[in-house]
Design a protein around this ligand. Structure first.
Ligand code: F6R
Length: 644
């Protein structure tokens, strides 16, 4: 394995690319070459395939090559890694459905060459079925190229922590984090199957060549652990180190925790830019468990940072400089402090008040990521508009809508005064029937027309969107935002797409450009950079990026700053925070109250964030305290985004 000095800690060859699309194009070409080579010698290529968001771009590119370049899959045999146990094939979330929708239905692969674990095999027959799957792989000549994604637990296939390197195809129980990650697809964690059939780690390691793909920052920690730590059953992907021909192909955010990017001074010469110096000192302070101002020359030299001292030391001088830089990120004036000297403040004083646009990929993202700051901006007199970019209707479990639909039905049914005071008989608590003039349906008719998620009846999705609108209005109102300034873009990509397969369209950009031109903001708060590129926040951010490029010549852009906030589920490197907005205990309580208006989200993936928002803001405050800066109850962090 050829590595550079900076890759010395990586036990697996890793290639980092600018974008996931670039990786997909390169890999699709490589697969096409393999197919051609095999075809020319009259043999088949055996591919091991994965599902999930990660390979979708690769499959799109393969379909494009089939359509536009005549790439044939006639001599390709495929074996999929896994399938949920207990799901019928035609369930919208079955991997059988996924593979046919995403790839097989669009290429010329013979149906008999497709192999996907069968989730409908009765429990008692699973063992024999799995042995037969292994035999079929062997009979096909073994897997030539295995494509993998990776779960946040470190799973490959559904080999959760505890899976050994010799494990083979079998029935497994899914980890709770894995089930939480799938909760959105299944409209609630309770609907996610508990078991799956998966190829084992040993089955995967038997492939001749393995390529693992990962996008987005959420995967960065597990990628670094899999590549840089000794192999262990606690992280099954780490066993890939034992394979002679495995490569990781990553985008930059997924690679960000590798030592060569995170702590580059530990693995070679670096150029000590101001940003890197700040990152290094902050890291040292945390690592040595000392406030910045107490770091000694010895602390620097003992942690491989002597050359930083030589360039910018002694420690005393360097410490003070970085201390001041960190100190200057703290501000109680996120929109700038009017009439104050703003030389060292994150945001400029003028103009005041500012026109502020807060963009939330889904209603609730704003409250979770920056509810405290939102309230401050309003209190400090800025003109704040909050725009939910998508309706978020896919994030509402079906049963959440029953109460809402019942309310509507009741409202539209003339009932005798006082009827509600009577003791309800079983019949009277049954929701009322469809009311034709108003178009309002009973909860039953709405719910019975639904098969879940994206396949739900349009009415159901519309009602869910309205439910989220109501929650969003209540939450922003609690932060002081005027009702007319709480907007809903309902971007079409979301209404037309589904989880794992979202893509920005021209209509999304047009709508966003129109909003920007209407508000002509001095500040935009947004989120979603560095996330998995097919996730809702990442697509929304990409739409914003493209909309900013379209409006580059507009006068307002010259006077506009963009601040990135963060979902509480993601950590930020504390040294990369450009603005830290503190909250008192009362302000934190007020933020949590505004989040609680998003009732439909309490069991969803954001429900996890809901619970973690408090801990996240408190942990940022703790980090500032440990640097020796100030001891606040909680802090909301922001990073400045430079318009390209
Ligand atoms: C899917 C599979 C899983 C996924 C992993 C990542 O067949 O085997 O290991 O690759 O859970 O999922 P995504 O790509 O959705 O982040």
């Amino acid at each position: 394995m050829t590595t550079t000095e900076s890759q010395q800690r990586e036990r697996i060859p890793i290639h980092v690319h600018d974008t996931a699309d670039e990786v997909a194009r390169t890999l699709a070409r490589e697969i096409a070459t393999l197919i051609h080579q095999r075809a020319s010698s009259g043999r088949s290529l055996v591919l091991g395939l994965a599902t999930g968001s990660t390979p979708v771009r690769l499959y799109r590119e393969l379909i494009r090559m089939h359509r536009e370049e005549g790439l044939s899959f006639y001599n390709v045999i495929t074996f999929n890694l896994d399938e949920y146990h207990g799901l019928p094939r035609d369930h919208p979330e079955s991997y059988w459905r996924f593979m046919h929708d995403q790839l097989f239905d669009h290429i010329d692969i013979p149906r008999t060459s497709i192999h996907i674990p069968d989730g409908t095999v009765p429990r008692a027959a699973v063992y024999d079925w799995c042995r037969d799957y292994e035999k079929q792989i062997t009979d096909a000549g073994g897997i030539d190229l295995q494509i993998l994604g990776i779960g946040r637990t470190g799973h490959i296939g559904f080999n959760e922590p505890g899976s050994g390197p010799d494990s083979r195809t079998r029935l497994v129980t899914l980890d709770s984090m894995t089930r939480r990650d799938a909760a959105r697809d299944f409209l609630g964690e309770a609907n996610v199957p508990r078991h799956a059939i998966t190829m084992g780690v040993g089955t995967i390691l038997a492939a001749k060549k393995i390529i693992l793909l990962a996008w987005g920052e959420a995967k960065s920690r597990v990628i670094a652990d899999a590549a840089e730590r000794p192999p262990a059953e606690t992280l099954p992907a780490s066993f890939l180190q034992q394979h002679p021909d495995t490569t990781f192909l990553l985008d930059r955010p997924a690679a960000s925790e590798l030592t060569r990017f995170k702590l580059p001074w530990l693995v070679g010469q670096v150029e000590w830019t101001p940003a890197l110096s700040r990152r290094a000192v902050a890291w040292l302070s945390r690592h040595a468990k000392k406030p910045v101002l107490k770091l000694l020359d010895d602390d620097y030299t003992e942690h491989g940072m002597s050359d930083l001292l030589t360039e910018q030391g002694p420690a005393y001088k360097l410490n003070i400089r970085i201390f001041n830089e960190l100190q200057h990120t703290i501000t109680g004036w996120p929109g700038g402090k009017p009439d104050a000297d703003d030389t060292h403040r994150p945001e400029r004083a003028a103009p005041h008040p500012k026109r502020v646009l807060v963009l939330a990929p889904e209603p609730s993202d704003d409250a979770l990521g920056m509810g405290g700051t939102l309230r401050r901006l309003v209190e400090q007199g800025h003109h704040v508009t909050v725009a939910a970019q998508t309706s978020g209707n896919l994030g509402v479990p079906d049963d959440e809508i029953a109460t809402f639909a019942d309310f509507l039905a009741e409202l539209n049914t003339p009932a005798p005064v006082g009827a509600s005071l009577a003791t309800p008989s079983p019949a009277s608590i049954v929701p009322r029937p469809l009311i034709s003039e108003s178009g309002v349906q009973s909860p039953e008719s709405i719910l019975s027309s639904c098969s879940g998620g994206v396949h739900a009846a349009p009415d159901l999705r519309r009602y869910k969107a309205l439910l989220r609108r109501g929650e969003q209005r209540a939450a922003t109102r609690a932060c002081g935002v005027l009702a007319e300034n709480t907007l809903f873009l309902d971007l079409p990509f979301y209404e037309q797409g589904r989880y794992r397969q979202f893509r920005a369209t021209e209509a999304d950009i047009t709508a966003t450009v129109a909003l920007l031109r209407k508000i002509t903001p001095h500040q935009i708060f947004a989120t979603g950079d560095s996330e998995d590129p097919s996730s809702v926040p990442a697509v929304c951010f990409d739409i914003l990026r493209q909309s900013l490029a379209r409006t580059r010549e507009d006068a307002w852009q010259r006077d506009c700053r963009i601040w990135l906030y963060r979902s509480p589920a993601r950590d930020w490197n504390i040294a990369e925070i450009d603005m830290a907005v503190p909250m008192s205990p009362l302000e934190l309580t007020a933020k949590l109250q505004s989040i609680r208006h998003h009732k439909s989200q309490r069991d969803q993936q954001t429900g996890e964030s809901w619970r973690t928002a408090e801990h996240h803001d408190q942990s940022v405050a703790r980090a500032y305290d440990e640097f020796g800066l100030a001891n606040y109850e909680a802090i909301e962090p922001f990073r400045r985004y430079q318009i390209a």
